[in-house]
Design a protein around this ligand. Sequence first.
Ligand code: NAI
Ligand code: MG
Length: 394
Amino acid sequence: MVQRTIVTMPGDGIGKVVLPESVRVLKAVGFEAEYVHGDIGWDFWISEGNALPPRTIELLEKHKIGLFGAITSKSKDKAEAELSPGLKGKGHTYYSPIVTMRQHFNLDICVRPCISFPGNPLNFVRQKPGGGYEEPKVNAVIFRQNTEGLYAGVEWTNPPENVRKAFESHKKWGTFKKVSAAELAVSLRVISRQASRRICKAAFEYARKFGYKSVTICEKPNVLRETSGLFTAEAKAVAKDYPGLACRETNIDAQMMWLTKNPEDYGVIVCSNMFGDIASDAFAGLVGGLGFACSANIGEEVAVFEPTHGSAPKYEKLDPPIVNPIAMILSACMMLDHLGETGKAGRIRDAIARVVAEGRVRTYDMLRLPGGPDVFKNGAANTKQMTDAIVAKL
Ligand code: NAI
Ligand code: MG
């Protein structure tokens, strides 16, 4: 078997806490790999003026697979203020290393599974008509286009004259003609047919591979007739190649309402960038939130796996750490799936399911406690104890 090399990028804050826990689980399940460290995050902005140094890009170019924790990003003024004195005023601009990584490697397919573990006290429950409660099994996987749409970064405050002129050629620009450029901000939603086709194809392939019954296109083509219209048309064209799968359509706003009504009815969901961001956070809220939300960013050559949570700086210094490592461990499972190690991924998910179902080991978030050093007095397990419990089940 080829020995894999995984680029581990802990990043900042609790990224440094949870990433090593996922590696511990990967080792325990018998995944054979070498791990090389990649620098990323705020410290490198301060010391080098670049939160994603070229040497980390080279590592990813070479080894193709990254496991990533989380990074801290701060406002423009703070970024400038914290930059090391020797670098100040030398034209350094802070760019989010995640966005840079997605763009550099064209990691255009973002996958965010939101799958409930029975027994998780954070699971969504609903009232039954005759009284009492029921807990529907949620098993939704959101495919989010990761590089285009409203997050493509094509935006202006005070748009230049040539841009304004171009907008003025559109008949709907009418009301903005009277507004001075200085009073305007514009973010452009750009969607290409090719990238839409790639995300839709990935969604349908996944649904078929993992036995989902339906793919839901979640857009807003009745209003965003051009961009959502194009995306939806591509999705429907792709759907023709998958006759065994039901292809459904929802509008993003209505989807936000239905998801608490009948979340069990959704399987794979495919969206453009911002709608995918919204839908995946909303579904994640039904299955445990940030302590459980995992993701994959997949390009043609490189793939990076990360929890959706950030660096939670307020918990960075707590010793022992309190945060839930499950989101990071589930992200490592997605990496295993991607590498064809679905058996090992399944064993880890089973181990997590058993720990959650038993309910003896729960991190503070699972107990709905306010975070802080006091959580242990109230019965919370620490980060390592949660990993230990999962490893013990393996
Ligand atoms: P955050 O996700 O870091 O934390 C929000 C809250 O969620 C935390 O205070 C904590 O209560 C909870 N939480 C997060 N992860 C948890 C875990 N594993 N277990 C239990 N509870 C958990 O988001 P926030 O506070 O908005 O941002 C903090 C920093 O992280 C910022 O600098 C932000 O820019 C960055 N960020 C980075 C992301 C990334 O690296 N992908 C994503 C989101 C934010
Ligand atoms: Mg988000």
